[in-house]
Design a protein around this ligand. Structure first.
Ligand SMILES: Cc1cc2nc3c(=O)[nH]c(=O)nc-3n(C[C@H](O)[C@H](O)[C@H](O)COP(=O)(O)OP(=O)(O)OC[C@H]3O[C@@H](n4cnc5c(N)ncnc54)[C@H](O)[C@@H]3O)c2cc1C
Length: 323
């Protein structure tokens, strides 16, 4: 097993993102099971004050010079390779996120270590690490054994508990100068979601609509339910493709990954590409006219019925309950 486990911490506009705490929680568990130490690497201009929030790590290495702000994948992979040599690290955890996209494969090539993508679970076993990797949009789960516990593992967002990576203690922090190789690509622009729109990844209640909602006008029925529940409306891809809702509301493989407390799947069949984006919701309530729709295989509660009848009735019930 590796002596040191590295976690590449992610931050965006002054906030440590949830995936960082998921990785720290997963890394902490592996480190304790194997007697390794856990080291976080934090990159980005003015990122240093965030290091104090990474208390689940035994140590945080910080590089907060300007070039590390949203640095391209090849530059970060080069820096991580240098950190691995300095710290004798053999296992690196990265986020399976847009921020870290491409870093894992480049680091694996540079170091000759195996790469495990879409990791949803990891445990120390017999001196190595067994990772469960999600393949084909969630149709297959595959256990991969890193026999000596060494490798580059990309952690699937939402698969590990966030709280497990949070500690009320400041870790030792060390500023480091890392080599900045001339990048082959440069960061040009950060695109915000459409202004005025809600961030569906931050909602407690999501009312998801699919092709079964049938018309753009009917989306209003879902808006009404979302409003009385204090949530927001999101959708499957066909609804977005029709232009009935903006792209920032799409859930799934080519949209957002969400994990609200309650997710309504209304007129959504439950295709793997949609399921992939909402499977970690705490409670999934599906409504579909087809009793054999795949969404019922994973939903916690299911109603076989017409969403156009159920939506106004449910909204009225919630209103009445709230007085
Ligand atoms: C590379 C790739 C990426 C993709 N990315 C995404 C993605 O990010 N997000 C995504 O959602 N999809 C994505 N897809 C598309 C995905 O494969 C499915 O086609 C899509 O999720 C289906 O959406 P749906 O469930 O709304 O429609 P359908 O599969 O057509 O299902 C509609 C459902 O509504 C039910 N229904 C009809 N009328 C009613 C009614 N009155 N009341 C109740 N139920 C009713 C039907 O029984 C049916 O189950 C992707 C596909 C590919 C190939």
């Amino acid at each position: 097993m590796a002596n040191t486990i590295l976690v590449l911490a992610e931050q965006l506009r002054g906030e440590v993102t949830d995936i960082t705490f998921e990785m720290l929680g997963a890394g902490r568990k592996l480190a304790e099971a194997s007697g390794s130490s856990l080291c976080a690497v934090l990159l980005g201009a003015e990122a240093a004050p965030l290091a104090a929030k990474l208390g689940a790590a035994d140590k945080v290495l910080v590089a907060d010079d300007a070039p590390w702000d949203l640095a391209p994948a090849d530059a970060v992979a080069g820096a991580l390779e240098a950190v691995m040599q300095q710290t004798q690290a053999g296992l690196v955890l990265l986020g399976c996120t847009n921020v870290a996209a491409g870093i894992g494969s480049m680091l694996a090539v540079k170091t000759g270590l195996p790469l495990v993508n879409f990791c949803r679970a990891a445990k120390a076993e017999g001196g190595g690490v067994v990772c469960t990797s999600q393949l084909f949009g969630g149709k297959i789960y595959s256990d991969v054994k890193l026999a000596d516990g060494k490798g580059v593992v990309c952690i699937y967002p939402g698969a590990f508990p966030v709280d497990a990576g949070k500690r009320d203690q400041a870790p030792p922090i060390e500023k480091v100068d890392l080599p900045v190789a001339a990048p082959k690509v440069t960061f040009k622009q950060y695109l915000e979601p459409e202004t005025g729109d809600v961030d569906i990844t931050k909602q407690n209640v999501l009312v998801g609509v699919g092709r079964g909602i049938q018309t753009q006008d009917n989306v209003e029925l879902a808006e009404e339910l979302a409003q009385v529940l204090g949530g927001a409306v999101c959708a499957s891809r066909p609804v977005i493709d029709q232009g009935w809702l903006p792209l920032s509301r799409q859930v799934g493989k080519s949209g957002m990954t969400v994990k609200p407390r309650v997710y309504f799947a209304l007129g959504i069949s439950g295709a793997p590409e949609h399921w992939e984006g909402m499977q970690n919701s705490q409670c999934i309530i599906a409504v579909n006219t087809d009793a054999k729709a795949p969404i019922f295989d994973g939903a916690h509660y299911g109603v076989v019925g017409d969403v156009l009848e159920l939506l106004p009735a449910l909204t009225e019930k919630v209103k009445a309950k709230k007085g």
